[in-house]
Write a protein that binds this ligand. Sequence first.
Ligand code: ADP
Ligand code: MG
Length: 658
Amino acid sequence: MIELEQVSRIFESDEGLRVEALRDVSLSIGRGEYVCITGPSGSGKTTLMNILGFLDSPSSGTYRLSRKEAQHLDADSRAWLRRRFCGFVFQNYNLIGSLSAFENVELPARYSGLAKTARADRTTQLLGQLGLADRMDFKPSELSGGEQQRVSIARALMNGGAVILADEPTGALNQEHGKEVLEALRKLHLQGHTVVIVSHSPAIAAGAERRIGLRGGRIVSDSGRVSRRKPAPNFEPNHNERAIGLLGGLVEAIHSGFLALRQGLEPGMRLRTILPVTSVLLSVSLGILAWGTGNGIYEFGSERLNSMGFDTISIMPDSTGSGSFEGLSLTDAEIIEQVDNVRAVSPRYYRRGVMVRRSDVSVETNISAFVDLGAKERRGKSGYRIAQGDFITEDEDRELQQVALLGSVAREKLFQPADDPIGQQILIGNVPFRIKGVLKRRTNIGREEQSNYREIEDNANDWVFVPFKTASTVLFGTEKLKGILAFLHNSDRAAETVSEIRDAGVRLHGGDVYFFEYPQKLLRPFRVARQQLWLSGGALAGVALLAGNIGHLVIMQMSVRGRRREIGIRMAAGARPQDILRQFLSEALVVSFAGGLLGLVVALACAPLLVFFGLPVSLEWWMFAFPVMCAIVCGVPISVIPARGAAKLDPVTAIAQS
Ligand code: ADP
Ligand code: MG
């Protein structure tokens, strides 16, 4: 089954020292043999075992497995051969301390892609066979030496373990435990496994079928193959290796990431996890809060401004404009209504200092006429509100009805407080109008219910409002319009809309004849504040993230260094370099993700606090998505460096780390 021909293994140190650990070793081991290798310390026993188990490659010579040459295989193929054929039992057990007995045993099957339930069944069965059924959830540190070694035997059998390579398996055990372990290995031999043991113990050597002596890297004695009728193997090789698909690989990687996080939270390791998690957490929450505050300040401004009806642009004729321009007409209203962001327009007439009479009372007030005063959708959020009676409708306007609304000051001038003006008649000039409603008193800045704004008497209070068409027929005649109000869909785009209206006016009149009033200009400082907070907050969060990631990188480098033995153990269990790479990447991903998630939680918890202290914070979904993405996008690439270092480790040197 296994044939070595003239195999040498030469170690060359950096200082140029050459050690020939194996020299021209030729050896053939048949299926089902029980071999004991003996020899003084330093004679090359471990080196030979590593070559037999594809952990190491010979410097020269030929290694044949089932007649196929295997000495020049790459790391992946060697990992595959280890998974498929070999089970290792080490002197110091080499269990992964952070994993339970169960998890240690199932490890090789994870790398061979065995399905979860099958894996669990086999693990349970193997641990049962080795008398460890009630120790499954114990950590290695909670097990005796003998128990640990039996766990490692179960692990060696997980993927079949056709060849069991045990390097001084009883060396660290007392006599009683040593006997148990030996008994377990003997049983495996009887079941048909090929067993190779390295041992100093004469008792073990005596118990083996075949004894090979090594000295100075050469075979000095070999009792020879025992020719006998080989028993058919009655153990179950576990060779249904599945290709781990992309999804399976991802699930596996995330699982190992979470295992690592759990391990990272154990005492002694905590700092290693907490530091990078905290740095990601801080930068993510910092970023979210800075952005949320910027957004909040802007929203605070725009909400206040909009609540004052500032989604309205007022267009008036520019008196300094070109000489031929005679004033605004309905054509202007029509072209303004065509502009994209304009929801509706109200052309407007007005005349100041008009005499209005009611029976014996005669007062001077102002007349304003514009279309559809009452329709909500044509007005700003804080449009005129009715105190009594009703608004003028579009129909009344179309039918040229002579109806009027009174502003609060106009009402006071014309009526006693106790009078009911509704339905009464007034004369504007000589034209009779019926009073349909009275408007609420308006203040110019701030909402009525908000006392922290300075309130100014709105001059609209001293007005009488009449329908546009009626007024143009009976009051204003051929007079030009005094202005046009444009109501916007989106007040954020007021500035653009103004320039579009200006362009339309230029096309119509051949010159820039419009004068605009649009209080959205006031939003500009809020917008600037938002931009500055976004920029500075983003930069701060970015710097924190970078610092955190550099810390993470350093910690991961240290962690890889500290976990070299674990990496070696995983490789012996059949992990390919890419499995190790994926593991460290996913650990970094999980750490970054955990940090990002905690950062969200912290930001969410702090936001109400900031609001309480008067800082407007307004969070939006993208603010949550962005930092988490940032954490992942920065955290994972940075971890590629240590992860690749881990994947490139040589299994033999890695496993030899203390
Ligand atoms: P044994 O297991 O019989 O005690 P080893 O196979 O571990 O012997 O070692 C055989 C020889 O090879 C020793 O002299 C040892 O110092 C040397 N050796 C083993 N591994 C290495 C290595 N990675 N680098 C350099 N020398 C090594
Ligand atoms: Mg050794």
